[in-house]
Design a protein around this ligand. Structure first.
Ligand code: URQ
Ligand code: ZN
Ligand code: ZN
Length: 485
């Protein structure tokens, strides 16, 4: 299977240049001007278009069992929908129930994900603690290619990681050379605010943002960063939605702490007015956590992305259809939390990022692909256009336009948070593992063609950090000589 992508402008996180790209057996074999197509090779004419690394969405939840139901998007339909938007790899989440062995949950998710059309990997959530969790984290890093462990600081009485669990897990992650990631909302505050709102009869979706004010995220972001600082482990904050959390990230990074921040395409463009719509389904369709925020947070998040204090963009693709959202018809705390985005992220970011001048094409590649590959240690296999890299490529037509709608999207959900949004800049072709899976509006996704992507631990970087950290433990600190009595 050989493919020549001819006449385009190759864009990586580092540079743009006129070049052809030749792929064979799922890998990029040559990048340069004037490449010839061997007999039988498929040829894509990329004239006037950009040739970029396929998107990496580092935050999805395909067919997630959550809040009494299961997300409507499967690993097959979700990775296929991603192809239609130029996305070629997802990093999803194994989320054990408290008390469930991590390895049992991991095996279950690996079973579900075999149907994926595109490549996938897993963060594993630590939702409880005992010696088996300690042991399973070691097995996951050493044998299964997991190098990131998730901590939900929200969702009390469900999957919330207490401070004690976070401490144990952060320590273990450091030992193993893994990175910790956090959903930073104070779960106790959310729980108490939800109870108060329901008691006052505020039961509609308008109650959702009221139970999760910006300070609830700001406190948890600060706490997660401090835990990571004391323990000496790198930390990645998922779906940063407020200036409060961004300020905590920026301050820590200015002190040289290894802190990374992710922002969702939705949080960059949608504000909290959606929850005050008189249309219950419309408001409930936007219920996700953290919630969409007041407008000034969006402006801050764009600056965070432009400044490099936020390194990645994602979608938190977690789909619940109208009849699932209706589970919370009489009580907003029972509306399954989650929205879609895996198909729209790149077009939305190109339109509101590159076309507005906020981002250069190179920065677009960085925040949609390269940075996630680097942070989660699959670069340069993924996240670039270079000889030897996987042939995961998007041919991007900067002149192509459409209006986003649930009526036409490929995502398995009857709602779209970007409904009616005009976008300019679309994937004309998507290549996954060297095969053309999306071409001029036609999907050619194959169930089960996706591969599980192992992500090696960062023994080198974190190992050094660990030794540094060990030097600070109490017994290693010489006691100052007691002053003479
Ligand atoms: O919290 C998450 O990231 C998962 C449960 C998806 N739902 C959401 O509202 N973000
Ligand atoms: Zn989350
Ligand atoms: Zn999530």
């Amino acid at each position: 299977m050989s493919l020549l992508i001819r006449g385009g402008t190759v864009v990586t996180a580092d540079q743009s240049r006129r070049a052809d790209v030749y792929c064979e057996d799922g890998l990029i074999k040559a990048v340069g001007e004037g490449l010839e197509a061997p007999t039988g090779a498929q040829v894509i004419d990329a004239g006037g278009q950009y040739v970029m690394p396929g998107g990496i969405d580092p935050h999805t939840h395909m067919e997630l069992p959550f809040m009494g139901t299961v997300a409507s998007e499967s690993f097959f339909t979700g990775t296929a929908a991603g192809f239609a938007g130029g996305n070629t790899t997802i990093i999803d989440f194994v989320i054990p129930d408290p008390g469930q062995k991590l390895m049992d949950a991991y095996r279950a998710w690996r079973g579900w994900s075999e149907k994926a059309a595109g490549d996938y990997s897993f963060h594993v959530a630590v939702t409880w603690w005992d010696e088996s969790v300690h042991a399973d984290m070691g097995t996951l890093v050493r044998e299964e290619g997991v190098n990131s462990f998730k901590h939900f600081m929200a969702y009390k009485n469900a999957i919330m990681a207490t401070d004690e669990i976070m401490y144990q897990s952060f320590q273990r992650a450091l030992e193993l050379g893994a990175i910790v990631t956090c959903h930073a909302e104070n779960g106790e505050l959310v729980y108490q605010l939800q109870k108060d709102l329901v008691a006052r009869g505020i039961l509609g979706p308008e109650g959702h943002p009221l139970s999760r004010p910006a300070a609830v995220e700001g406190e948890a972001a600060h706490r997660a960063i401090r835990f990571a600082e004391v323990i000496g482990v790198p930390v990645y904050l998922v779906h940063t939605s407020t200036k409060d959390a961004l300020d905590a990230i920026s301050a820590a990074r200015r002190q040289g702490q290894r802190v990374f921040g992710e922002v969702l395409a939705g949080h960059l463009l949608i504000d909290d007015s959606v929850y005050r719509s008189p249309d219950w389904e419309f408001a409930a369709g936007h219920v996700m956590s953290p919630p969409f925020r007041e407008k000034h947070h969006q402006a801050a998040l764009w600056k965070g992305l432009q400044s490099g204090d936020l390194q990645t963009t994602a979608t938190d693709h977690c789909c619940f259809c109208a009849e699932q959202k209706a589970m919370g018809r009489d009580d907003f705390t029972k509306i399954p939390n989650g929205t879609a985005g895996v198909e729209d992220r790149m077009a939305v970011l190109w339109t509101h990022g590159v076309n507005t001048g906020r981002l250069t094409p190179e920065e677009f590649v960085a925040v949609t692909s390269a940075n996630a590959a680097k942070i989660f240690n699959i670069y340069p296999r993924k996240g670039t256009i270079a000889v030897g890299a996987d042939a995961d490529i998007v041919v991007w037509d900067p002149e192509a336009t459409k209006t986003i709608s649930a009526k036409t999207h490929h995502q398995n959900i009857d709602f779209n948070i970007f409904e009616g949004m005009p976008v300019k800049g679309l994937a004309s072709h998507t290549v996954s593992n060297g095969k053309v899976v999306w071409a001029n509006g036609q999907l050619n996704a194959v169930q089960g063609a996706g591969r599980y992507v192992k992500r090696p631990a960062f023994q080198s970087m974190f190992g050094a950090l660990g030794k540094l950290n060990a030097a600070r433990t109490p017994q290693a600190v010489a006691r100052p000589a007691m002053a003479a009595e």
